[in-house]
Design a protein around this ligand. Structure first.
Ligand code: PCA
Length: 329
């Protein structure tokens, strides 16, 4: 990985070398590490953000997005932004719950039942999120929800007992714990490796969004989809603190403005993409089903266990977050 912090243009460098006044505006280049394919709605939203920043700064701030985990794998991205190996990054918050329980709040089962709830939960989580990210040397620019998380499987799942022994793909401490509680076999697989893991039989079931199912054509290997709407987790897009504060004030403002627009646009497209992706799954031959009462009841029970464990670990901050969320509902 080549580190490319605050490059100036060739013209500016040449002028400086000749002792001439630097007439050319300094140009800053950032790398933006992301983990999801370019066709994914988060990626398209990020591309629009990048274009907006380029337009607003008249090309003075050039952000190069790297989609599909081409620069860093998802679990490495937060650290890459922290150390400045990438100036910007997008990562899946709940995957980092072991670093701070705050990152796992939007992965708690049945806490947010729809997008409106999820947005309220985000508002309650935000001050804690910003503080945790600040400690990790980064600034939160925007955060966008994935569609609700639903169960996919090779075989019918009518109760938690049907998950027993299933090779269960996990992406966070909570999904691993759920797998453990139902007696499944948790296997950590990144989104970028999902299709391969299914093709080789490494996994037989998972919980993820309609969007990820459509992006990865999960219907080619999995036939059952249960709309349990277990939680609505988010990606975060962050920037290295030093890189951000090195920008002239006008460029910082341009980044902030484009970020606010990206957040709004992203939440809207998440809803649309959910509807569209469910259609894609159906067309691909997936059985899109409502969960049985038994499955729902079993998942609620498992959810209570993992939520209780989260509350114990999350301490005063976790309690304050949940209080703020419950008050806002
Ligand atoms: N897709 C990503 C994160 C959540 C989602 O819906 C994944 O499965 O890894």
């Amino acid at each position: 990985m080549k580190r490319r912090d605050f490059c100036t243009t060739g013209a500016a460098l040449a002028a400086a070398g000749l002792g001439l006044p630097t007439l050319a505006q300094a140009e800053t280049k950032w790398d933006f590490a992301t983990a999801y394919p370019a066709i994914n709605f988060h990626s398209k939203n990020n591309q629009q953000f990048v274009d907006d920043v380029a337009a607003a700064t008249k090309g003075a701030l050039k952000i190069q997005p790297h989609f599909g985990a081409s620069l860093f794998k998802m679990p490495e991205i937060k650290r890459a932004v922290q150390t400045g190996n990438a100036q910007m990054g997008e990562f899946f918050l709940v995957s980092f719950q072991n670093e701070s329980q705050i990152f796992g709040a939007d992965g708690l089962p049945f806490l947010a039942k729809d997008y409106d709830d999820a947005f309220k939960l985000y508002q309650a989580q935000k001050p804690f999120l910003e503080a945790a990210l600040d400690k990790a040397n980064q600034v939160l620019l925007y955060s966008v929800a994935w569609p609700p998380q639903n169960i996919y499987s090779t075989k019918p799942i009518n109760s938690a007992a049907d998950l027993k022994g299933l090779k269960w793909r996990v992406y966070s401490p909570t999904t691993a714990r759920i797998g453990e509680l139902v007696g499944a076999t948790p296997v950590t697989i990144q989104e970028a490796e999902l299709a391969q893991a299914l093709a080789t039989g490494v996994i037989e079931g998972l919980i993820t969004s309609s969007a990820t199912g459509a992006d990865n054509k999960l219907y080619e290997h999995l036939k059952y989809f249960y709309e349990v709407q277990a939680w609505i987790p988010k990606n975060a897009v962050t920037v290295n603190k030093k890189a951000f504060s090195a920008l002239p004030k006008a460029e910082q403002d341009a980044v902030r403005q484009a970020a606010a627009a990206a957040e709004k646009r992203g939440w809207e497209s998440s809803r649309e993409v959910n509807t569209r992706s469910i259609e894609t799954l159906k067309k691909g031959g997936m059985q899109v089903l409502a969960p049985s009462d038994q499955l729902k009841a079993d998942l609620v029970k498992v959810g209570e266990v993992v939520t209780k464990e989260w509350v114990e670990k999350a301490g005063a901050d976790g309690k304050a977050l949940l209080d703020a969320y419950n008050k806002s509902k």
